[in-house]
Design a protein. Structure first.
Length: 328
């Protein structure tokens, strides 16, 4: 029979009953250290490559990325199960340039309360071609200064977030001079190649700023947002509030939708708050009822999207319902 122990972590034990008591006492005394070391089906252990990504299976694993000298910010990662962060602050604090495959899993109950910090989300910053995909953040609380999103705080050039959603989160910026707050990401860089947010949605979030630029998907957009929607979200800021994005710089928004109907905020739009040089083809305002249209009507990929039981579009790879499956 086999026992897996790695860097002081108990992963699973298969042993005989005579040894179980002594083994359990020993393992209970070991500290919880990150990452699942179990090999892939061909016997190869995880090594952070695209073929054998590091396996994230504890909330503490996020804290280790970029900080432990082994699990680097340019490596590849896969989430092996739904993670409950137990209302604790677990996230990737270093600029990430690797690939993170959420594997259609959920991360729930992240709790961040850092009122002087910027670049706050499950991932602080994406840069240099980083990719975060197939990931959901639900029932979490983020309170910081600015540049905030449930999935990513800020996106640098060439980075991508795709097939992700944010549901039931609070994202609150308390600074009176920091901006860019969104349901998926706070903002994207003007540098080229442009950052991309596509095939994402947000539902039932509360997103606010004491300053400006709040959006259901993205707070400040200098990049490319495509095939996204925001619904049931409460947005608030003194100015630049929009259902999809809050403020459009030189970015593009396509085939994206919101059910935001009105707001007391200055320069508020149902889909988009305010624009400089942005391109906005195929985006819809309050007279467009997303629940009365098919995926084909929306111009979206039926291999990625389907209509959920509540009539709203749903990312097909994720199980239903979204909140009920948030446990480990």
């Amino acid at each position: 029979m086999k026992t897996w122990i790695h860097s002081g972590v108990r992963r699973f034990i298969r042993t005989n009953s005579a040894a179980m008591a002594a083994t359990s006492l020993y393992l209970a005394a070991l500290p919880a250290v990150a990452f699942d070391p179990s090999p892939y089906p061909d016997g190869t252990p995880p090594d952070g490559t695209a073929a054998y990504p590091w396996k994230v299976d504890l909330p503490e694993d996020f804290d280790q990325i970029g900080s432990d000298g082994i699990h680097g910010t340019a490596a590849c990662y896969v989430l092996t199960r739904n993670l409950d962060c137990r209302n604790e602050d677990h996230r990737v604090r270093y600029a990430f340039s690797g690939t993170f495959d959420g594997n259609y899993r959920l991360v729930s109950r992240i709790h961040v309360d850092q009122p002087t910090e910027t670049g706050v989300g499950l991932f602080s910053i994406l840069q240099n071609g980083a990719l975060v995909k197939r990931l959901a953040v639900v029932n979490s609380h983020f309170r910081a200064a600015g540049a905030m999103g449930a999935v990513v705080g800020s996106m640098g050039y060439g980075s991508t977030v795709e097939e992700c959603y944010s549901w039931g989160n609070t994202v609150a910026a308390v600074s009176t001079n920091k901006q860019s707050i969104g349901g998926i990401t706070g903002g994207e860089s003007y540098q080229r190649p442009a950052a991309v947010v596509r095939n994402c949605f947000t539902r039932d979030n509360t997103i606010s700023s004491a300053f400006q630029t709040v959006g259901g998907i993205c707070g400040y957009n200098d990049a490319f947002v495509q095939k996204c929607y925001s619904a049931g979200t409460n947005l608030a800021a003194p100015r630049y509030v929009g259902g999809v994005i809050g403020y459009g710089g030189s970015g593009t928004v396509m085939d994206s939708y919101s059910d935001l109907t009105n707001s007391p905020s200055v320069q508020c739009g149902s889909s988009n708050g305010s624009w400089l040089n942005a391109l906005v083809p195929n985006r819809y305002a309050t007279d467009f009822n997303i629940t009365s249209h098919s995926i084909a009507d929306l111009g979206w990929d039926p291999a990625i999207w389907s209509i959920g039981p509540d009539g709203f579009p749903w990312l097909t790879g994720f199980n239903l319902p979204p909140v009920a499956e948030a446990g480990p």
